[in-house]
Every structure is written in structure tokens, then in C-alpha cells.
Write a protein that binds this ligand. Structure first.
Ligand code: NDP
Ligand code: HSE
Length: 438
């Protein structure tokens, strides 16, 4: 059979990894796909660098539209990133009847509804396994392997850069900036690393997972997003003392009693005994709770050239295998048939249920603890644990750490406001959400 011809747009970390994996495992991949998958053209603006990377025999261009318009190209692999050029080339490729493989979570989280609708109308596939959790096949697991379940929640460490930063800071005591530079050198970080550290990249990925889990359109603009830049080393230490680890967690959960879905990314205390709390470095892990299967956990490299290429190439094989199938009988882009998508709303943060870690800098004087616990009790918030650091000699203030049981966020907001107004509370209260993931 005639080889399937691929145009690779973007030839950086993931593009380079994809080229290497396809070249190295060509024979085995062809045996799996049923025909040869051939990179016919690559695109990057630095033509000399691209030529040096691919050698003879592969066309090299600087304008991605040249590939998108080429009638000889069957599949366009978009690995440029971002929402600008990448969006134009993906939409143009679909318009020209080409299947698309992409690792671009920013594009799909924000413009996925438009992209998938157009692909459906044109009868082409848009495959995006690499867009979430790098090398972990979580999209396929959720969309296909767990199709018999009613999904209750999905929670994951889905940004390698921030997990790498938190791990290195905790284990080696390294500074934030030093570790971020190392993550950039290793190719984990986004072109704009603020997307990683401010939680945006994780929210992009969570948005896609949520849509697939619950059969709703992508709704990135409704996600609650907090990164790790406000996190202080002292809270990582106190959390350890209490038996917790702090991770940047993405959580999406069905809340039938409120008729909505939680969609949130924020630093989270997780009990150290959970497997996911021990996911270190650039590794990712995603937990999925389904009514039939129970809790499942998917673990692997969440970033980097070849782990991500592993997913890109798997999508190429899938598209190659399915290209001849009737478009209405392929696996739907967002798991549910397009005319069966639901409209369940994303809940505001005030309705979210969570437990909390609170750190209060307080005056070391009689009655402080009782005033604080009274406020919590008055707001119907139950305390799980309390830790008070012994005051150092001559010091008239101390840290009071409180862990609460699960409550509703708006109650915690109210209680925090009251506690903050006490004269004996000397600094802004630090609050981090806590999930038991049991
Ligand atoms: P890189 O920055 O390493 O590579 C981007 C490539 O695109 C470069 O080859 C660049 O080359 C080329 N490029 C940029 N703009 C243009 C343009 N206007 N026209 C033509 N080529 C262009 O990014 P990554 O490989 O890290 O990321 C690619 C995608 O994969 C992103 O969507 C990212 O979010 C996603 N991803 C990345 C992972 C990772 O571990 N790095 C993991 C999972 C997903 P030149 O400058 O020469 O044009
Ligand atoms: N910047 C991303 C991360 C790359 O650190 O996880 C993988 O999507």
C-alpha cells in the first residue's frame, strides 16, 4: 500500500523527537499501522537548522501553509504551539481535507470547539494524545478504555515543569529560578514558562480532560487557575510535618447536587501515603474515578522530546489505521457523539467542596486559638488537625497551622475574612486546598 505522507510543522523539542522516533522505529510502526508512515516535509523558520536535522530526502520549508496546501500530504502534524499561526494552519489543514495530529493543548482548550466542529464537518480526524500528560495515554484511556463508566472525577499532576520545580525545591532545597531554568534547558517548559508556573498549561490540559470525561464542550474560560508562584517553602515544610505533600493538582469533578462540574487547578495538599503524592520530577500522573472501574492511576513522563513523540506517533498510527473508516463511525473527538454533548455548567469556586490547610501568623497570647476555633465552628467548619510551632525565645508570635475537614469554599471565604480581622492575626493567612483522593 502507498505510504501515508506526513507534513511536520514545527521542528523543536517535540518535532525533533517525533522525527527521531518515527525514523528509529519505522519498521515496527509500519507493521502496526499497516502501511509506511513517511515524513515527506518539515517546517521551521530556521531552514538551515531544519536541513541539518533531517538530512537529504525530506523537503524543508519555512512557511507552514506550503505543507498545508500540498495535495500530496495526508496528515499534518502541528507542533508549533500557541494559538496564532498554529490555529491558522490547523484550520487550513482541515479545510483542505487533511487529518491533523497536534500536541497543542493551548489551541484545543481555547479553540477546540471550533476545531472539532470543522473537522467533523470535513470528515477528518484531529488527534491530540500528546496534548495532555505527554507520554501517558490518558486521552485514549478516558475516551475509549473507560467508555463503560460514568466518570466521577479526574485529578492529576499534569504539568511536568511545576512538578519538577516543587520536587527539586523540596528534595534539594534549590531555588525556584534555578530549577525553572533547568526545566527550560531540558525542554519541559512552554515557550512562555509563565504558562507552566501560573497553572495555565495545567488548566489547558484539565479543560480537555474534563470535556472528555463529562461530554461537555471545552470551557477553558471557566477554569479556576492558580499556579505555584505564591507558594512558600515554609508551607511545603509544615505540610510534610503533617503527613502531606504539596502538588499542583488539576481537579475536575461532577457535582450532581449542584448540577455542575468543578474545574480547578491549584496547589493542593495530598496525603503522603497516596501514590500520586510521590510522583516526582517531570513525571505526571492522572487519577480517574469511574463508577464501574473504581479508582485508576496513569503514570509516566509528562514532557520531553521522545515521551511526547511517543503519543504523537501513536496518533499517527491511529489516524493511518482509521483514515478509511466512515467519519460517523470513528471515535468522536471529545469521546461523546457531537449531537450528544451536554451543557452541564462549570461551577463557581464558591460552590467547590474541599478541605483546607491554613497557616496563621499569630500573637503568642492567651485566647488566640480559642477565638480562631470559634470562628471556624460558627461557620460550620470542622477542624481535622492543629499544629502550633513552639515560640522561639524572645519571640512573641508564632505559626498556627490548621487542617480542616471538607467544607464549602464560600464558608471558608467567610471564616477567613473574620479570622483575618482579628488583631492577633499578624499577617495575611496562607490557605491551600487539600484533597484526600481516597
Ligand atoms: P519548540 O519551541 O521546541 O518548537 C517549536 C517549533 O516550531 C520550532 O521548531 C520553531 O522553529 C517552529 N516554529 C515556531 N513558529 C513558527 C512559524 N511561525 N512557522 C514555522 N515554524 C515555526 O516547542 P515544543 O516542541 O516544546 O512544543 C511544541 C508543541 O508541543 C506545543 O504546543 C507544546 O505545548 C506541545 N507540547 C510540548 C511538550 C514538551 O515537552 N516540550 C510536551 C507536550 C506538548 P523556528 O523557530 O526555527 O521557526
Ligand atoms: N510545559 C509542559 C509541562 C510540557 O511542563 O508539562 C508538557 O505538556
Amino acid at each position: 500500500m502507498k505510504p501515508i505522507r506526513v507534513g511536520l510543522l514545527g521542528f523543536g523539542t517535540v518535532g525533533g523527537g517525533t522525527f527521531q522516533v518515527l525514523t528509529r522505529n519505522q519498521e515496527e510502526i509500519s507493521r502496526r499501522a499497516g502501511r509506511r508512515i513517511e515524513i515527506a516535509a518539515v517546517c521551521r523558520r530556521d531552514l538551515a537548522a531544519a536541513r541539518a536535522q533531517v538530512g537529504e530526502g525530506v523537503r524543508v520549508v519555512a512557511d507552514p501553509m506550503e505543507i498545508v496546501r500540498d495535495p500530496e500530504i495526508d496528515i499534518v502534524v502541528e507542533l508549533i504551539g500557541g494559538e496564532g499561526v498554529a490555529k491558522d494552519v490547523v484550520l487550513a489543514a482541515i479545510e483542505n481535507g487533511k487529518h491533523v495530529v497536534t500536541a497543542n493543548k493551548a489551541l484545543l482548550a481555547v479553540h477546540g470547539n471550533e476545531v472539532f466542529t470543522k473537522a467533523q464537518a470535513k470528515g477528518v480526524m484531529v488527534a491530540f494524545e500528546a496534548a495532555v500528560a505527554g507520554g501517558i495515554p490518558i486521552i485514549k484511556a478516558l475516551r475509549e478504555s473507560l467508555a463503560g463508566n460514568r466518570i466521577e472525577w479526574v485529578a492529576g499532576i499534569i504539568n511536568g515543569t511545576t512538578n519538577f520545580i516543587l520536587s527539586e525545591m523540596r528534595a534539594k532545597g534549590l531555588d525556584f529560578d534555578v530549577v525553572l531554568k533547568e526545566a527550560q534547558r531540558l525542554g519541559y517548559a512552554e515557550a512562555d514558562p509563565t504558562f507552566d508556573i501560573e497553572g495555565v498549561d495545567a488548566a489547558h490540559k484539565l479543560t480537555i480532560l474534563s470535556a472528555i470525561a463529562f461530554g461537555t464542550p471545552v470551557q477553558f474560560d471557566k477554569a479556576h487557575v492558580e499556579g505555584i508562584t505564591g507558594l512558600q517553602a515554609i508551607d511545603i515544610k509544615y505540610a510534610e510535618q503533617l503527613g502531606y505533600r504539596i502538588k499542583l493538582l488539576g481537579i475536575t469533578r461532577r457535582r450532581d447536587e449542584l448540577g455542575g462540574i468543578e474545574l480547578r487547578v491549584h496547589p493542593t495538599l495530598i496525603p503522603t501515603q497516596r501514590l500520586i503524592a510521590n510522583v516526582e520530577g517531570a513525571m505526571n500522573a492522572v487519577m480517574v474515578q469511574g463508577d464501574a472501574v473504581g479508582t485508576t492511576l496513569y503514570y509516566g513522563k509528562g514532557a520531553g522530546a521522545e515521551p511526547t513523540a511517543s503519543s504523537v506517533v501513536a496518533d499517527l498510527v491511529d489516524v493511518t489505521r482509521l483514515a478509511t473508516a466512515d467519519p460517523d463511525h470513528r471515535v468522536p473527538h471529545l469521546a461523546f457523539q457531537p449531537d450528544q454533548m451536554g451543557s452541564t455548567p462549570i461551577l463557581p469556586m464558591s460552590g467547590v467542596r474541599s478541605s483546607y490547610y491554613l497557616r496563621l501568623r499569630v500573637a503568642d497570647e492567651t485566647g488566640v486559638l480559642s477565638r480562631i476555633t470559634t470562628i471556624l465552628a460558627e461557620n460550620d467548619i470542622s477542624i481535622d488537625a492543629v499544629l502550633q510551632r513552639e515560640s522561639l525565645q524572645g519571640e512573641r508570635q508564632t505559626d498556627l497551622i490548621i487542617l480542616t475537614h471538607v467544607t464549602v469554599e464560600e464558608r471558608m471565604d467567610r471564616a477567613q475574612e473574620f479570622m483575618q480581622s482579628l488583631p492577633s492575626v499578624l499577617a495575611p493567612i496562607v490557605r491551600i486546598r487539600k484533597e484526600d483522593l481516597a
